[in-house]
Design a protein around this ligand. Sequence first.
Ligand code: M6R
Length: 625
Amino acid sequence: MCGIVGYVGHRQALNLAVDALRRMEYRGYDSAGVAVVGKDADGHNAIHAVKRAGKIANLDDRIAEVGVDKFEGTTAIGHTRWATHGRPTDENAHPHLSYDGKVAVVHNGIIENFASLREELERDGIELVSDTDSEVAPHLLAQAYNEGDTAGDFRASALKVLNRLEGAFTILFTHADHPDEIIAARRSTPLIVGVGDGEMFLGSDVAAFIEHTKHAVELGQDTVVYLAADYYDILNFDGTPAQGNPFTIDWDLEAAEKGGFDSFMMKEIHEQPAAIRDTLAGHWDGERVTLDENNLADTDLKSFDQVFVVACGSAYHSGLLAKYAIEHWVRIPVQIEVASEFRYRDPVLGERTLVLAISQSGETADTLEAVRHAKAQGAKVLAVCNTNGSQIPRESDAVLYTHAGPEIGVASTKAFLAQVVANYIVGLALAQAQGTKYPDEIREIWNALEEIPDKVQQVLDTREDIAAVSRALGAVRTMLFLGRGVGFPVSLEGALKLKELAYIHAEGFAAGELKHGPIALIEDDLPVVIVVPSPRGVKLLHSKIVSNIQEIRARGAKTIVIAEEGDTAVEPYANWLIRIPQTPSIMQPLLATVPLQFLAADIAEECGNEDIDKPRNLAKSVTVE
Ligand code: M6R
């Protein structure tokens, strides 16, 4: 949560930092701000900070009011906020400045001992002007720099302060007396260094600087980086030398931009065939499923006698589908739990338990804590993740990367489908290792998976038909989603998308549960989406859902039926019928989800939400519990 950027080099830093913030805005948009290290009217070094509540557009307006020329300087830090401590106001926006105005700080995460630090500062007569936990940091740094054994030493002062902070954080310090330096640190939350030619960058992720350099260094846990224009130095919190992990970025700028679509989300929906294809790539050697990025030995895969899936939100829904696939293919029990609940009860795990931790960002705090808990109980953790080098894969025993590319829209689309595919790859690898499927059966499933990208494309090509449904529905107030079998997680995902994007009440149900309560919600003209299982699959399931559709129609519901081509039985009961290509039942979610993504985006527009990439109150990476 919160996006952080930094620049030290030879160019005007203001615009560079603000542009970088625009690419970080998906991480939070409660406020934005930058601090440039420059000169004051008398020619002395000084910090020039500007910040505003709301989106970066507000910051742009404020900069224009003040005048760009007031922000001369070649070193800057910036922040886009997702509020934790303190409301989204101008005062609570970052950067925060020290009492003497010489230190500027941006921070992502939570300083858990901020209350005692704040009390201490107040006892020293320092007045804090915000409600944030973050503001303690610049004051502490100014104190450390102005007095005592670290006086005048920026680096030693920063280390002293960092060792006093508890919690998870990424933090950047600048000091007016050190105009060509930034000191930054990370503990749990992410920070990447971009290495340019005579210039250095910092970002919560590489999108902050890919326009300028493809050379990056991933910082390890609990490390500090000292940056000047032409070199960087990595330290441990005790000041001893540490190593980073240099890598070359293989995304290009275009991938992080909209590519002609109105929103990142629309672009990402259309990228789903590629996301699936790229996630499958390299995991079939012609004979066998391979988990090449994975450190789990075949003996491990063979030994597991249960699987636990931990994840949040859409990733959790992808995990529900993992349960259907793995139990069916491997015949071992799969339990699934929202990550935020997992470690607070006492799940029974052991050496023969595989914990599948699914996360697009690899930063979700709830999932990360679940991973730590699982490891402490002796289970093996396999991460399914879309973000290279992020914390969850780093702390897991093994990782299977989804290759969906950067997902900027806060509502997950292509990353969700890529997760489902990755989960199926894990399921097949387990079935192969445990011998619960014959090689020819695995090959058949694999072949069907390889056909999915083209079939998703066929669904994308029906975009206009789906738009017509949303236009006819208009600004609905509530909507229900029903499914059976693998259609049930799809209905949950459809409802989540609609809540996130259109801010209306939406719920997904297992259609069989309807008569146990939810049917009381059905009233005249209530729109209900029904995800119909294939009639070529479990016949009973299909006929039961056809009855469910009739039951709700009889009570006045308007039905939007998602059914595969050739399923004529549903035709009489559909107000609108959305067709998807035929595919094996277990793969149907990869197709049925797509119209629901469009539906949510279109209804959001009908309801007046103009910025579907950044729904209110949400952030892309949820790095607080
Ligand atoms: O980065 P993660 O996959 O761990 O994120 C998990 C959820 O926060 C995420 O899927 C969220 O529910 C999305 N906004 C759903 O569209």
